[in-house]
Design a protein around this ligand. Structure first.
Ligand SMILES: Cc1cc2nc3c(=O)[nH]c(=O)nc-3n(C[C@H](O)[C@H](O)[C@H](O)COP(=O)(O)OP(=O)(O)OC[C@H]3O[C@@H](n4cnc5c(N)ncnc54)[C@H](O)[C@@H]3O)c2cc1C
Length: 461
């Protein structure tokens, strides 16, 4: 008999929710995390909140967010590209998540105001994702869960859809670890540029990875090769425009740029390419990664003037600054004459209106292509500021198919005897495209709990 009932690959939210649930059911659980201890927890380290359905305001959430509204939001952003039964399951189970996480020692902070406008729908972790992880690891280890760091799953022994053992690379060499069941909770393949190229072509070379360098999709590839059914497309992902000076990996939330609606964005030819004021920023920020990815060299440049500097949460990097548009262009490596022309044309098209940064106002351009539909104000007040932009990939959606038990489905549609998945690696079941803020953590926690409960159910010792 294997010495572990449940082997879990991964060390983020999905893995630890699964570990706690499996151990609470009485199973002997081993977690293998590819990262060293100081870097444990993958993309979860960077998170701030999760989305929860609830019927009435709570201490940490303002008004109600009924399950039906959550579901409608999900159907809208995915444009129907979702497994409705699994999406409904995630939404319904999100109702109990706040209390459940609280029971594991996770603390939430009182509802916030501010630019994200999420206080009704999303609960924020006190201390952020790292503190949430600290609580889950503490709880899991208290329940007897063993955790091994620098332990990367690099091979899987799977026979007819049944897991037998994993080959795990450790600093001391490769090891074969057997277990009665297996939970894959080891993220997507967002840190694997070669795989990203299959969806995005050479452009992926210029992507920045907002989170962990460890999510390379190794286990996902092994599972698909072993006959597990895949869901989702290689180019579907969450990607935002981030500060182009961010590091290649792990820049996290502080490299995000929220100034787009208040100025203009140009490409390497100093030309505008999309309506910067199409809608409020929380509804638009997730499309700008794709937009910048489609431009030459996968770069963009956001330009604002002194009127807008205080209207958004700044990036961790200070903006380029100059007294003239030409001077700013030089600092950003753009053709000064071309940027001046673009700004003059934009300024000439701006119509007077009542500027309101918190609502869809009536400041718009006339006769300009592409138009700017809201918050269009002349760039006329020095100093002028500029931020370089690049696509920042958050996480990929192509993953393994699961059923309501978080059990993997094989190519023929039959459920695996003992393999489960949770988190990013199966998020594509719910997210065929688009995104709703906080959904990544909701999917990880809901399916982590289910996977842990199912995998651990038969092992009360
Ligand atoms: C900057 C940033 C901010 C975000 N903010 C939010 C937010 O506020 N709310 C939200 O809902 N979502 C947010 N997200 C998305 C969110 O991080 C993910 O959806 C969620 O954390 C995924 O959890 P997970 O457990 O599936 O993956 P992860 O937390 O990424 O964990 C995957 C783990 O698997 C390990 N691993 C990888 N390969 C192997 C292997 N072969 N063997 C063993 N271990 C392996 C990794 O080291 C890692 O520990 C954010 C993402 C980023 C990058």
């Amino acid at each position: 008999m294997p010495s572990h009932d449940v082997l879990i690959a991964g060390g983020g939210n999905a893995a630890m929710c699964a570990a706690v649930s499996a151990a609470a059911a009485g199973a002997r659980v081993l977690v293998v995390e590819a990262a060293p201890r100081d870097w444990r927890g993958g993309n979860t380290r960077h998170t701030r909140n999760l989305r929860l359905a609830h019927d009435a305001a709570t201490a940490t959430l303002t008004g109600p967010y009924p399950a039906d509204e959550f579901m409608d939001d999900l159907l809208r952003v995915t444009d129907g590209r979702t497994d409705e039964a699994l999406a409904r399951l995630a939404v319904e189970r999100s109702k109990s998540l706040g209390d459940w996480l609280g029971g594991q020692g996770v603390l939430f902070q009182p509802a916030l105001g501010g630019t994200l406008s999420l206080s009704r729908t999303n609960a924020f972790f006190l201390g952020g994702g790292k503190t949430l992880l600290g609580a889950l690891y503490r709880k899991a280890e208290g329940l007897g869960v063993k955790v091994r760091y620098e332990a990367e799953v690099v091979g899987l022994d799977i026979e007819d859809g049944t897991f037998r053992a994993a080959e795990v690379a450790t600093p001391l060499g490769a090891e074969r670890i057997e277990a009665s069941s297996f939970i894959a909770a080891c993220g997507g393949f967002e840190a694997n540029i070669e795989w990203l190229k299959q969806g995005w072509g050479e452009a992926a070379e210029n992507f920045l990875v907002r989170g962990t360098p460890y999510n390379k999709g190794k286990v996902l590839r092994l599972l698909i090769d072993a006959g597990v059914r895949s869901v989702g497309e290689a180019d579907q992902c969450h990607a935002v425009a981030i500060d182009g000076r961010a590091p290649k990996f792990d820049g996290g939330i502080v490299t995000r740029l929220d100034c787009v609606p208040f100025g203009i964005v140009v490409n390497a030819d100093a030309e505008r390419f999309y309506d910067e004021g199409e809608d409020v920023w929380p509804k638009r920020y997730a499309i700008w990664g794709r937009l910048v990815a489609a431009e030459p060299g996968q770069v963009g440049y956001a330009v604002i003037d002194a009127k807008s500097l205080e209207l958004f949460i700044p990036s961790v990097f200070p903006p380029e600054e100059a007294e003239t548009i030409g001077g700013l262009a030089e600092k950003m490596g753009l053709d000064p004459a071309a940027l001046k022309r673009t700004v003059e044309t934009f300024n000439a098209a701006c119509r007077e209106g009542h500027f309101d940064p918190t609502a869809l106002d009536d400041c718009r351009t006339e006769g300009l292509k592409p138009a700017k539909s809201h918050w269009a104000r002349r760039l006329d007040t020095p100093p002028f500021y500029g931020y370089p932009l690049r696509p920042g990939i958050t996480f990929t959606y192509l993953g393994v198919a699961v059923n309501r038990e978080a059990r993997m489905l094989m190519e023929g549609g039959q459920p695996s005897a003992n393999m489960f998945a949770a988190g990013e690696i199966m998020a594509g079941n719910v997210l065929g495209q688009g995104y709703l803020a906080g959904l990544g953590m909701t999917i990880g926690a809901v399916f982590g709990r289910i996977a842990g409960g199912e995998a651990g159910a038969h092992f009360a010792h």
